[in-house]
Structures are given as structure tokens and as C-alpha cells.
Design a protein. Structure first.
Ligand code: PLP
Length: 451
């Protein structure tokens, strides 16, 4: 049959990203998706799923949005591609850059286009280093990132990623990237009596010297590391610390950007304006490969003061079809009050979480900012005791939900960490949120029986 042929061809010819190859070779792909509508996707065997994580936190407007497809079709037939190297331009890239500048906080007024999140962060690292070169401070090369952060898969962005599993793949590392412990709010404010002070960004700056550090990169809410929301005051404290030490603050908004957290950008939840903001994913709702790095007026003015060639760019920087979809995505978000829906559905999700906490003793630390959500599974939530390593609680829940038609994502890279991430399309409605909760409810019951 076609399905069997596809499975065999997949095993033989298709190298999958971020997948255990052995499992694939033995079992074949878990699902071969073939169509989607709204928050639901179907696999080639006809089984339907609610996509509770918007695939890779990117299909924010769900599947089958005709307006996005039409915008793509129109541009593909008119001018599928044109270069923006060597002074060439195209209307869609210009219009999208202007649109993004209009919705971005502060003076983040100009945009460099990429093809995705890794390229956006890689670009920000290069721009940060180049910025300090142009300022005559070329010793400022180091980038500080946070443990548990995810920033991409290139050598530099993989090095910035603070999840060990992503470092094991290759011996190559960007040695100018150093890690701090996330969310030490008191230490970052300057409290030296914080027992974890020596792991803070502040301490790294003190020991390395501010003259060695170009930038700090932070996800407003850490996504792949397990949906970790910073404590109140943290982002503001880091921003202040950066200002005081002449260090650029880069916000990695690849997941948070374009409405995921109920605000247009994640940093707006804490009123912080970064020097550079890296985006991708939700900018096209996954309908095309696009990323954008937003630059403050000061960073932009410094870069464009250079009288040589800025030797950085990608063939698909400013891809007109990707930009046409991006523009339509942003219009769709505004015209359909998507942020309002995210905030309304957050309340429904929080109510669902309350129900799960009441009825399932191992559900802990539920959190949701907009529709970026997750919870821990713990042996004893009152004493903060994790499950012993052999109990793969998050996997159990995610696998059980998958069997019952709900796609979620486990975050269990570290030992004894069992987190379930939830990030459905931003167009989800009340009934669909409740359906997700009831599938998770059943999965938790199944897990409890397995203990
Ligand atoms: N930054 C964050 C916060 C991400 O979540 C991701 C992808 O998951 C990336 C960067 C890398 O983006 P891409 O996979 O598009 O290169």
C-alpha cells in the first residue's frame, strides 16, 4: 500500500531532525501527516489529532487558512522570488519590514530577514560583535545565554542553547558563548547574598569583564527547555544590568513573538525593550520559512554607518513569497483579534489546569502565559520531590494523549525532569481547549494506574 511504501522510503531515504534514529528505523515514523484544518491535523491513515503544540510552536493560526494560501499563490504567480542582495529590493519585504516596525515595541524600527530562528539568532550574534567592532571595542565578543534555553542548531546558536543534549551532537562549539543560570532575580539585581550568585549573569560579567561581553540573549519565556516563566522583575533586572555594563540585550522571541503570550511580543509582558529582537515561527504561522531580526535605532544606525559591504545575508533574506505570507499573517492577527482570543483561551486553559491539579496528585507547577503553557509531573508536589529517573511520566502522558488524538510535547532532557508543554494554535476555541483538557485528564488517570 502507499502507506507501507512511504514508511519504507522514509526509513531508507529521509534523515529526520531531532529524532532518535534507532526508533525510527525500528518503528518507522510515528505519523505521516497529510492534511489539516483549524487546530486539527490528520495523518495519512485518516486519524485526526488536535495539535496541542502548533507543531513546533509555529503554526499559530492553525491549518488550512485560505487567506494565507491565497497570499502565497498570488505572490508565487506574480514574482515568486527576487534577491535583496546588492541593493535590489522587493515590495513585500519592504511592506513587511515597515509593518513589523509599526508593531514592535520601542525603537525597534528596522528589520533584517532570515529563513528561520537559528539564522535570526546567528545574525544577532554577528551583528552584536560587529556593532562593538564599529564602536572600537572589538574585545567585546562573548555572548551570555541561559541554561535550559534553546536558540537553534547552527554552531553558534547550538552553543548558546543551554540544553546539554543539543551539545553532544558535535564537538564544534562557539567558545565565545558562556552560560548563566536562569531566573536568579535577586542576584541579577545585585544581591550578593543570593546563594546562587556565582551562577548569575552579573557574576559572569564581573569575572569576565564587561569589556569582553557583546550581548546577553534570553527567551522571554523559555520554551523547549520546559516552558519556564521568569520571576517578576527578572527581565527588567537583566536589561538594567546590560545597560549599566554596555552590553546588548537580545530577546529571542522565536516562540513568544507574534501573539503566543497574549501580547504581540513576549517582552511586552514585562515592559522591556531589547536592543535586538529575534523572531521566526509565528511570523508566517509556519506557512513559509521566514525569520526577522529587529534592530534598535542605535544598533541600526551604527551598522549602516559602516562604509564596506555587510557581508552577511541569506539567499532567502526577504523572500517575497515568505514576506507576502508574513504580511497576511500579521493582518490576520490584527483583523481577527487574535490577541484577545489568546487571553480568553488562557482563562479556559487555567480553569482546566485547576481541574487537573484538583483531580491528579502528581500535576504540579501549572503555568500559562497566553497560550504558552505547561506543567510538571512530580512524585510529591508538596515537597517538590521529582519522580525517580525510571518513571518517564511526561512521556507516558504525551504518548497516551497522542494515541487519543492530542499532540503535546514532553520536556525531559534532564534527569528527573518531567514537563509537558502545551501551545495550541492561537485560534483555538473553548470547546477545543476543553477537549484537550479531557484527553490529558484520561492520560493522567492511565499514568496513575501504571504506578
Ligand atoms: N529560538 C527559539 C526560542 C526556538 O524555540 C527555536 C526553535 O524551536 C529556535 C530559536 C530555532 O529556530 P529554527 O528551528 O527555526 O532555526
Amino acid at each position: 500500500s502507499t502507506v507501507e511504501q512511504l514508511i519504507e522510503a522514509d526509513k531508507k531515504h529521509f534523515i529526520h531532525p531531532t529524532t532518535v534514529p534507532k526508533t525510527l528505523l525500528e518503528d518507522g515514523p510515528k505519523a505521516i501527516f497529510s492534511e489539516g484544518n483549524g487546530v486539527r491535523v490528520k495523518d495519512i491513515c485518516g486519524k485526526s489529532y488536535i495539535d496541542g503544540v502548533s507543531m513546533l510552536w509555529n503554526v499559530n493560526l492553525g491549518f488550512g487558512q485560505k487567506e494565507l494560501a491565497d497570499a502565497a499563490h498570488e505572490q508565487l504567480t506574480k514574482l515568486a522570488y527576487s534577491s535583496s542582495f546588492y541593493g535590489y529590493s522587493n515590495e513585500l519585504a519592504v511592506r513587511l519590514a515597515e509593518k513589523i516596525a509599526g508593531i514592535a515595541p520601542g525603537d525597534l524600527n528596522s528589520v533584517f530577514f532570515t529563513s528561520g530562528g537559528s539564522e535570526s539568532n546567528e545574525t544577532a550574534f554577528k551583528f552584536a560583535r560587529f556593532y562593538w567592532d564599529l564602536k572600537g571595542q572589538s574585545s567585546k565578543k562573548n555572548i551570555i545565554s541561559l541554561k535550559r534555553g534553546y536558540h537553534g542548531a547552527t554552531i553558534a546558536t547550538g552553543s548558546a542553547t543551554g540544553i546539554e543534549g543539543f551539545h553532544n551532537f558535535s564537538g564544534s562549539k562557539d567558545s565565545d558563548i558562556i552560560h548563566a543560570k536562569p531566573h536568579l532575580v535577586n542576584a541579577e539585581k545585585g544581591d550578593k547574598s543570593d546563594p546562587e550568585y556565582k551562577d548569575s549573569i552579573r557574576h559572569l560579567i564581573e569575572t569576565k569583564g564587561a569589556d569582553q561581553i557583546a550581548a546577553v540573549i534570553i527567551e522571554p519565556i523559555q520554551g523547549a527547555g520546559g516552558v519556564h516563566v521568569p520571576p517578576e522583575g527578572y527581565l527588567q533586572a537583566v536589561k538594567k544590568l546590560c545597560e549599566e555594563n554596555n552590553i546588548l540585550f537580545i530577546a529571542d522571541e522565536v516562540i513568544c513573538g507574534f501573539g503566543r503570550t497574549g501580547r504581540m511580543f513576549g517582552v511586552e509582558n514585562w515592559d522591556v525593550v531589547p536592543d535586538m529582537m529575534c523572531t521566526a515561527k509565528g511570523i508566517t504561522s509556519g506557512y513559509a520559512q521566514l525569520g526577522a531580526v529587529l534592530l534598535s535605532q542605535e544598533v541600526r544606525d551604527t551598522l549602516v554607518s559602516y562604509d564596506g559591504i555587510i557581508g552577511h545575508g541569506f539567499t532567502y533574506s526577504g523572500h517575497p513569497t515568505a514576506c507576502a505570507i508574513g504580511l497576511k499573517t500579521l493582518e490576520f492577527i490584527e483583523e481577527n483579534n487574535i490577541l484577545q482570543n489568546v487571553n480568553n483561551m488562557n482563562k479556559v486553559l487555567q480553569k482546566g489546569f485547576d481541574y487537573l491539579v484538583e483531580n491528579h496528585p502528581h500535576v504540579a507547577k501549572t503555568r500559562a502565559v497566553g497560550l504558552l503553557a505547561g506543567f510538571d509531573l512530580m512524585q510529591d508536589r508538596d515537597t517538590n520531590t521529582p519522580f525517580k529517573q525510571s518513571i518517564r511520566a511526561a512521556r507516558h502522558i504525551v504518548d497516551h494523549c497522542f494515541d487519543n488524538g492530542l499532540i503535546l510535547r514532553p520536556a525531559d532532557f534532564e534527569e528527573q525532569v518531567n514537563i509537558v508543554a502545551i501551545a495550541p494554535p492561537l485560534i483555538i476555541n473553548k470547546e477545543e481547549v476543553e477537549e484537550m483538557i479531557s484527553i490529558i485528564d484520561e492520560a493522567l488517570t492511565s499514568f496513575e494506574k501504571s504506578l
